[in-house]
Design a protein around this ligand. Structure first.
Ligand code: NA7
Length: 898
């Protein structure tokens, strides 16, 4: 609609009141709002920022409680868009105080002359999308309305304080303060009895300072948090040197890192380190006083594995007990209900030591919950505490609160955002919402936001949004809206990412669990800052994938689809492989490919410990075959699984699927014997198949000697190994044994037909390519032999075979022949379960500690093997708490954390 018509329709809509016409209206003059204004202005968009406070600063304007500081080092928690700004401002401390941060925002606002476009003391009371005009109409508390083409919420994630949800607050006759709305004037606490309710970051930062002033401080703690010493002071020389040595590269590394601070990816896993080494690492981290360091740099599995996390959490618990003198108080302060890092850990200055003061009391609300607040103080189930002051450090309605609860937002067709988000926030990229055209959120739910250095995420979001607006203007588009498909895909990807972390195992404000009645689900994007950035870039370079763009004089553009269909860890692996720009594996020749695989495997994380690993040989048909036996830690005898490695009958050996065999041995409590069958092209068909059968027969006959249970064995295999396992079952049935009680076939080769759709859909790009499969077949088997059931078990007789679990991966050329085998087994009356792993590629299941999202599949494999062996189900807690593709229910979160 031309602007003159817009103006006319708007003046009607606002009944003659003043309406400010702008291209973009931004809510909030904090970190995000200021940078937005600067960039939008430079790009030539008329912009107004609407801010409820009377000055800039956002969260740092409101959170003025004693001890308020950032807990990302200030050299990282800064704008980076202008190198001159960086040299013009010098932080005085490693973690700046709130007044200094506020001064910084004032400095930025002055330097870029931002205040003239900020309307302070202005609260928006409603925002409504006018479809005909393709504009948002904003009403405000101070009369003047705003009409804007684009509406951007820069409202922050933690700006809507949560009501205390305790009866009787209004009855209290003393002073009441909220950390998130601390008064501007000095609060006098000297000589007063003070209560602090809440021990999140705000409580933990303020408690030591309040204790110094108050006559007596009583802390009411519902859930203890992990807190680490900040060791504040000057910025650490090594970090400053790193930054100053090459500022541009330092900032760029931060932008592509996982958390927005340039620390390297940790590679050592907890089980590779001795107790002393782990302790040494913790002591080093403790001395550093850096939240991101301790959250990421101790060992690679600390944030993704329950056991790896527990080792770290135990060491931190020891530190708490070392500092707090009274054992009962120390115990109450020690968290046990969540993995370290699943709830936001805090940085503190003297927090734990404060409880050694005689004038500080800790009340454990888990033992004596608050009943009510009375005129004179706080009443628990057991006691009454008379106080003069109550400080509520009870947190925020995080992530959605500031966007949704502050004012009604009405989108296309009269849709209300509160209704659309009633069951939890739905967004595309955390930046946009289907049904709400031209609305953007900076660090909205679904963006890395609070799990990252906010400074880095904010700059990335702002740049992405403003660059899109510029591109739209150039192309003549006036409206942009996310599609439902893209949004649903993002929700799936978010859930997939969440299964990689331990956030799902804690009741926190990340999941909405701190607000009674709020829908539960991990709200921030847990996939990391760098991956998120690359996804956003791909959306733009992919023709604005998942967005509908319209304009008065241009054809509508909608490149619909899901931006990430791969599991997040698969995406990382495939991107890494793509970056290596390897020539096709088959071009190396058989020996070259074997050498490459050996090198590739040497770089993977060490396999997890099992009871015992024994290398041996067994007699094959033409001489000895090597094997590797994995024995569980539990007392034997154990059921035996004969395992065949993958590698297209050409590559690999009895050790090449080592992490997978270890994992399955641990999960099943069974002996795994991985067989080194002979390979093509030196030994062509049917050598591998016959070796597999002979080895299974020998292992079954010598089960007791190997420490296994005599009786039937099971077979398992991956890829060509699964082909051998399937063939072994057919041969065992036809040749009078051995007895096999079940077969586990992971991405099996079952047929020599290459015209099933998965062969072309997944022909390239997923590591195992169609041409690599052709090469494997050519080396293994002449065309005349390929229809032999010993090469293509799908062509054999399937009746009377052992029960099976067939696992297929979505992005695998072999997907369809795996499904075909499962269907054929079922048709032949064989009990069979078939699982398709969404978003996975051919190698997903054997890359155990790299592709972690296969964990629920591996749990199901272990369950199937136990079933085959006639054993009861035995699920491990934690790693299968949430299946990929959905978020946890409150019950699951509580159960898994408990
Ligand atoms: P948090 O981290 O949400 O902490 C709030 C604290 O208040 C937490 O200990 C809560 O216990 C406690 N709380 C909340 N409601 C109650 C009631 N009704 N009774 C007793 N205790 C209660 O907020 P913060 O302001 O400290 O920090 C927010 C973020 O700001 C922080 O993570 C940094 O990113 C900066 P609970 O754990 O819910 O049992």
């Amino acid at each position: 609609m031309p602007d003159a018509m817009v103006a006319a329709s708007l003046s009607e809509a606002t009944s003659g009141g003043t309406t400010q016409q702008v291209d973009v209206a931004v809510v909030g003059a904090g970190f995000a709002g200021l940078y937005l204004l600067h960039r939008l202005r430079k790009a030539g968009f008329t912009t107004v920022v609407l801010e409820e406070a009377d000055d800039v600063g956002g969260t740092w304007y409101w959170n003025r409680y004693p001890g308020a500081r950032c807990d990302i080092q200030t050299i990282d928690y800064s704008y980076t868009f202008d190198p001159e700004l960086e040299s013009a401002w010098k932080w005085s401390e490693k973690y700046a105080t709130q007044p200094e941060i506020l001064r910084y925002f004032g400095f930025v606002a002055d330097r870029y002359d931002l205040r003239r476009d900020i309307r302070f003391r202005t609260r928006i009371t409603a925002a409504t999308w006018d479809q005909a005009a393709e504009r948002w109409l904003l009403t405000t508390n101070e009369g003047a309305t705003v009409s804007c083409r684009y509406y951007v919420m820069a409202t922050g994630c933690l700006s809507a304080p949560k009501p205390p949800e305790i009866d009787g607050v209004k009855d209290f006759k003393g002073e009441v303060y909220f950390t998130g709305r601390w008064p501007h004037e000095e609060v006098e606490l000297a000589g007063k009895r003070v209560a602090v309710i809440g021990t999140g970051s705000s409580g933990i930062q303020s408690i030591p300072l309040i204790a110094e002033q108050a006559e007596h401080l009583t802390v009411f703690q519902r859930t203890p948090n992990f807190a680490l010493p900040a060791h504040n002071g000057p910025a650490p020389a090594d970090r400053v040197a790193l930054l100053q040595g090459d500022r541009a590269s330092y900032r760029e590394q931060a932008r592509w890192s996982l958390a927005g601070v340039p620390w390297p990816q940790q590679t050592a896993v907890s089980w590779q380190l001795s107790d002393a080494e782990r302790r040494e690492r913790l002591d080093e981290a403790w001395a550093k006083g850096d939240l991101v360091y301790i959250l990421t740099q101790l060992w690679a599995d600390q944030a993704v594995d329950v056991d790896g996390n527990a080792l770290l959490a135990d060491l931190i618990r020891e530190k708490i007990h070392e500092t707090v003198k009274d054992p009962e108080t120390a115990a109450a302060l020690t968290p046990h209900d969540h993995p370290f890092g699943a709830k936001r850990p805090c940085l503190d200055t003297n927090y734990y030591a404060t409880y050694n003061r005689p004038d500080v009391t800790l009340v454990n609300l888990r033992q004596e919950p608050i009943k009510s607040i009375t005129a004179s103080g706080i009443k628990t189930d057991e006691r009454t505490f008379d106080v003069d002051v109550i400080v509520f450090a009870t947190g925020f309605d995080a992530m959605t609160g500031a966007i949704m609860a502050v004012h009604p937002i009405t989108g296309r067709g009269g849709k209300s955002l509160s209704d659309v988000w009633a069951n939890g926030p739905q967004t595309y990229l955390g930046l946009t919402v289907a049904g709400f055209p031209n609305l953007f959120m900076i660090t909205g739910p679904g963006s890395p936001s609070v799990l990252s250095n906010m400074a880095v995420s904010i700059e990335q979001h702002v740049d992405w949004v403003v660059d899109r607006l510029i591109a739209m203007r150039e192309a003549g588009f006036t409206a942009i809206e996310a599609t439902e498909t893209a949004q649903a895909g993002w929700a799936r990807h978010m859930a997939d990412c969440a299964t990689l972390t331990l956030h799902r195992l804690a009741n926190t404000w990340y999941t909405g669990a701190n607000v009674p009645g709020k829908a539960l689900g991990v709200m921030p994007y847990t996939g990391g800052v760098g991956p998120y950035r690359s996804i956003c870039n791909e959306v733009a370079s992919g023709g604005m994938l998942g967005f509908r763009l319209t304009g008065p004089n241009v054809a509508e553009q909608c490149n619909d689809g899901e931006i990430v269909r791969l599991q997040p860890d698969v995406r990382l692996v495939l991107n890494m492989l793509a970056d290596m720009k390897l020539p096709p594996l088959e071009s190396f020749g058989a020996q070259g490919a074997r050498d490459f695989l050996a090198e590739f495997n040497a770089a993977r994380p060490a396999g997890r410990p099992v009871g015992e690993v024994v290398d041996g040989t067994l007699p094959g048909t033409d001489g000895p075959l090597p094997y590797r036996l994995y024995r569980p830690t539990t007392p034997g005898p154990h059921p035996i699984v004969v395992y065949f490695h993958g590698g297209g009958w050409v590559l690999g050996d009895q050790e090449s699927d080592d992490p997978f065999c270890r994992d399955m041995c641990r999960r099943t409590g069974m002996i795994f014997v991985s067989v080194g069958y002979r390979h093509a092209p030196e030994h062509r068909f049917p050598t591998a198949a016959e070796d597999g059968y002979a080895a299974t027969r020998w292992i079954a006959e010598h089960a007791a000697d190997l420490g296994g249970k005599p009786g039937p064995v099971m077979v398992a295999g991956w890829s060509a190994g699964a082909n051998i396992a399937a063939v072994t079952c057919q041969l065992a049935r036809d040749r009078g044994g051995p007895q096999i009680s079940g077969q586990l076939l992971v991405c099996p080769v079952t047929d020599c037909t290459f015209d099933r759709p998965s062969y072309s859909d997944n022909a390239t790009g997923y590591f195992l390519t169609r041409s690599l499969m052709y090469w494997f077949w050519d080396l293994y088997c002449s065309p005349a032999d390929r229809t032999d059931p010993r090469a293509s078990p799908l062509r054999g007789k399937l009746e009377g075979l052992p029960q099976a679990l067939v696992l297929t991966c979505e992005f695998d050329p072999l997907h369809d022949e795996g499904v075909a085998y499962a269907e054929a087994l079922a048709a032949a009356g064989v009990p069979v379960e078939q699982l398709n792993a969404r978003g996975h590629f051919h190698s997903s299941f054997t890359m155990v500690d790299v592709v972690i999202t296969t964990v629920s599949g591996r749990v199901q494999m272990a369950e199937a093997l136990r079933r085959f062996a006639g054993l009861p189900s035995e699920r491990r807690q934690g790693d299968e708490g949430v299946r990929p593709g959905r978020t946890a229910s409150p019950h699951e979160i509580a159960a898994a954390a408990g």
